[in-house]
Design a protein around this ligand. Structure first.
Ligand SMILES: [Fe+2]
Length: 298
C-alpha cells in the first residue's frame, strides 16, 4: 500500500476505529502500567464483514476495512505502526492464513507446524515493542492455541544466579531475514543478553531456535530457560473478533499446529507491530520511515 494511502487509512482508523472507551482505556492502561501476564486480550471486537479466507495473498480481496481500522487504532494507541520489508512485503497490516505451499514451514503462514516460543525479531535493532494479533476467523476445529510466557512469570522461577547469568551472558542471535524474505539463518554478529534493561524488572528477548550459545553451560542454561518458559505459558484460544496485545519486550509467544481445509473456512489473523521509539530510530538512521530493512546496529 502506498504511503499516502496508508496514512489516510491510519487517519480514518484513529477517528473511526470502533474501539469502545473501555477498550481504549484497557490498551492505554496496559501500555502505561503493564501487567504480570505481558498481554491483554480484548474479546469480541467489531471487525465487520469477513469474506471467505483466501488461498493466497494475491487472492486477498477484503472490501470492509473495519478490522484493519480497529487494529490500527489499537496499534496507534501503543506507539507508531511499523513494518518490515521481509514481512509481507513491508505491509503494516499483515494477513496470515494457511497456505498449502507453507506446509511444515516455521512461518506465520504455516498451520501444521508448531511455532516455538520466541520474541518477535529479537535479532533486529528495531524490535517491535508491541505485537497485535486480531482474529478474523478461528480455525474450524478450534485447535489453534497461542501461548504467551512473560518475563515476570519466568523470573519468579529463576534463581538469583540464573538471573545474573542471563543479564550478563551474550548469545549470538541469528537473523531470519534474508535480502527480501524470511526464514534464513544468518549470522549478523548480534551478540546480546537474554535479559536487559533494569535488572529489577528486566526486558526479555528469547528465540532459542535462532540463538547460538558460546559454551555448554550457556546452552544448558538456555534449554532450562526454554523449559521454564513453557511451564509458565498462558494459553489463549483466539476466536473471531479477539484482539491480543502482546508486550514484545517482556514476553515470548508461540503457536500450536492446527488443521487447514483450504475451503474458505480456515483460520485468518491480522497482525501489526507498534514501536515506541520511532523518533530515536529516525535520529540514528538519518531517515524517516515506518518500514524497515534489516538493521543490525543503531
Ligand atoms: Fe511470532
Amino acid at each position: 500500500m502506498p504511503t499516502r494511502e496508508f496514512d489516510q487509512l491510519l487517519s480514518a482508523s484513529i477517528r473511526h476505529g470502533g474501539l469502545s472507551q473501555a477498550q481504549i482505556a484497557d490498551i492505554l492502561d496496559f501500555k502505561l502500567f503493564g501487567n504480570a501476564k505481558g498481554f491483554v486480550l480484548l474479546e469480541d471486537t467489531e471487525i465487520g464483514e469477513i469474506p471467505p479466507t483466501p488461498a493466497s495473498r494475491t487472492d486477498l480481496n477484503k472490501v470492509d476495512d473495519r478490522s484493519e481500522r480497529l487494529l490500527l487504532q489499537a496499534t496507534a494507541l501503543l506507539g507508531e505502526p511499523i513494518g518490515y520489508v521481509q514481512e509481507s512485503g513491508g505491509c503494516i497490516v499483515n494477513n496470515f492464513f494457511p497456505q498449502q505451499t507453507q506446509s511444515r514451514a516455521a512461518t506465520s503462514d504455516s498451520f501444521d507446524t508448531e511455532l516455538d516460543l520466541h520474541t518477535e525479531n529479537a535479532f533486529h535493532a528495531i524490535q517491535p515493542d508491541y505485537l497485535l494479533l486480531l482474529c478474523l476467523r478461528q480455525d474450524p476445529a478450534a485447535e489453534a492455541v497461542t501461548y504467551i510466557a512473560s518475563a515476570e512469570r519466568i523470573l519468579e522461577r529463576l534463581s538469583y544466579e540464573d538471573q545474573v547469568f542471563f543479564l550478563n551472558e551474550p548469545y549470538n542471535f541469528l537473523s531470519d531475514y534474508g535480502h527480501s524474505e524470511k526464514n534464513q539463518r544468518i549470522d549478523i554478529n548480534k551478540h546480546q543478553t537474554v535479559l536487559y534493561g533494569d535488572p529489577d524488572a528486566p526486558f526479555l528477548r528469547f528465540d532459542p531456535q535462532f540463538m547460538v550459545a558460546y559454551s555448554d553451560r550457556a546452552q544448558r542454561a538456555l534449554d532450562r530457560l526454554r523449559a521454564v518458559a513453557w511451564e509458565v505459558v498462558e494459553p489463549v484460544r483466539l476466536t473471531r473478533g479477539d484482539l491480543l496485545v502482546i508486550d514484545n519486550r517482556r514476553t515470548a509467544h508461540a503457536r500450536s499446529p492446527f488443521t487447514a481445509r483450504f475451503d474458505g473456512s480456515d483460520r485468518w489473523m491480522q497482525r501489526t507491530f507498534a514501536s515506541c521509539n520511532l523518533r530515536f530510530y529516525t535520529e540514528k538512521l538519518g531517515k524517516q520511515s515506518r518500514i524497515f530493512e534489516l538493521v543490525t546496529e543503531l
